[in-house]
Design a protein around this ligand. Structure first.
Ligand SMILES: *Cc1c(COP(=O)(O)O)cnc(C)c1O
Ligand SMILES: *[C@@H]1O[C@H](CO)[C@@H](O)[C@H](O)[C@H]1NC(C)=O
Ligand SMILES: *[C@@H]1O[C@H](CO)[C@@H](O)[C@H](O)[C@H]1NC(C)=O
Ligand SMILES: CC(=O)N[C@H]1CO[C@H](CO)[C@@H](O)[C@@H]1O
Length: 342
């Protein structure tokens, strides 16, 4: 006998975005740049969409030149949606959504823009209206700093309109069931996870208190400081170009004589530090430092000091304190005064 426990997170939000706006057989353009985009594409294929996959080497961003070619060639508008992961958590790559919107507008293309913002929304600059995003989605456990358990979806009027003709089978995720109940007040079509909704309320209070702009700037400092530490250790960023550097997660390439999963294992077993594994194609080659959500600069420095000790443990010749020094030199020049304490 097996027990199946359902947790509705990013993956459920993906499914809800797709099935509410599209019909089986619809052509969608999807960018494969790392493990999360790979999983989303797998879901799109299993839901029977006609997925036009644009693949890039892991560590690179979405190939928007290919998108431009596809849009230019698609005069009869067979492409119904563009699916893109804003920030690929597996490789630390951030895609430029403003450019995607510009291309859609340039070619006057009506395709829906569906965006996985799981590791970007509430941490990176994300502009749903300005970039004409039709469905934006995230989960409770990333930048919102909540426990796992909620998938959050935001739909544009155009996406809501699309639900009227979308023929994909959907039951639990049918937006219209939710909307019907929301209209009645604080009702839900099913028993909600009340404790997480209270948690969300508290998480949003923290976000409003700090201010979204300040949060985005904090993440920018955390990202920059981490990359400087990586450089001081003599290691390489997995992300191949500066334009794609992610401010929420840094994927670090290790030399071939080290298995990156040993680094993650040791971090957990010896230092109580949770690092991210290299996933799929970059397994063993990459470890990831997450720096999103409820994390401040001093906490990050603790993490960087931990990574240095781990690197030494696994036989990488690092000078203890070198990454911390590079990061703190930058942070000391860039951390602003706390507004409420000036
Ligand atoms: C974590 C993550 C997901 C997966 O969400 P789950 O909550 O694990 O279902 C999807 N996309 C991105 C970009 C992520 O970082
Ligand atoms: C890694 O990122 C840092 C900080 O942005 C940059 O200075 C450095 O050149 C990058 N290193 C590599 C090897 O790309
Ligand atoms: C690990 O750290 C967490 C806080 O991040 C703490 O709650 C826990 O007790 C620690 N565990 C050990 C074994 O040190
Ligand atoms: C650090 C980084 O690359 N940030 C980018 C995140 O995405 C936005 C929007 O696409 C870009 O404007 C940032 O440059």
């Amino acid at each position: 006998m097996y027990f199946l426990l359902f947790c509705i997170l990013g993956t459920g939000a993906w499914e809800s975005a797709l099935t509410n706006t599209l019909s089986p057989g619809d052509r969608i353009v999807s960018f494969l740049i790392g493990q999360f985009s790979l999983l989303w594409i797998d879901q799109q294929q299993r839901l029977k969409f006609n997925v036009d996959v644009v693949e890039s080497e892991w560590g690179q961003g979405a190939n928007l030149d290919v998108l431009a070619e596809k849009l230019a060639a698609d005069r009869t508008h067979t492409i119904k949606a563009i699916c893109i992961v804003h920030n690929e958590t597996a490789t630390g790559v951030t895609n430029n959504l403003a450019t995607v919107r510009k291309l859609l507008d340039h070619y006057g293309h009506p395709a829906l823009l569906l965006v996985d913002g799981v590791s970007s929304i509430c941490a990176l600059d994300f502009r749903m209206d300005e970039w004409g995003v039709d469905v934006a989605l995230t989960g409770s456990q990333k930048a919102l700093s909540l426990p796992t358990g909620i998938g959050i979806v935001c739909a544009s009027p155009k996406a809501l309109e699309a639900t009227k003709t979308a023929k994909s089978v959907r039951v639990f995720f049918d937006w219209n069931d939710y909307l019907k109940f929301y209209k009645l007040g604080t009702f839900w079509p099913y028993t909600p996870s009340i404790q997480l909704l209270y948690g969300l309320r508290a998480a949003l209070d923290l976000i409003f208190e700090e201010g979204l702009d300040n949060i985005i700037e904090r993440h920018s400092r955390l990202g920059k400081a981490t990359r400087l530490a990586v450089e001081a250790w003599g290691l390489k960023n997995c992300t191949q170009k500066e334009e794609w550097f992610s401010d929420t997660v840094t994927a670090v390439l290790v030399p071939p004589y080290i298995d990156s999963s040993e680094i993650v294992k040791r971090g957990w077993k010896r230092y109580n530090l949770s690092l991210g594994l290299g996933l799929n194609k970059v397994a063993g080659k990459v470890f990831r430092i997450g720096h999103l959500g409820n994390l401040n600069e001093l906490q990050l420095l603790g993490c960087l000091a931990g990574v240095e000790m781990i690197l030494k443990d696994v036989g990488y010749p690092v000078k203890l304190g070198s990454g911390v020094a590079a990061a703190s030199a930058y942070l000391q020049n860039n951390i602003p005064m706390i507004p409420s304490r000036i």
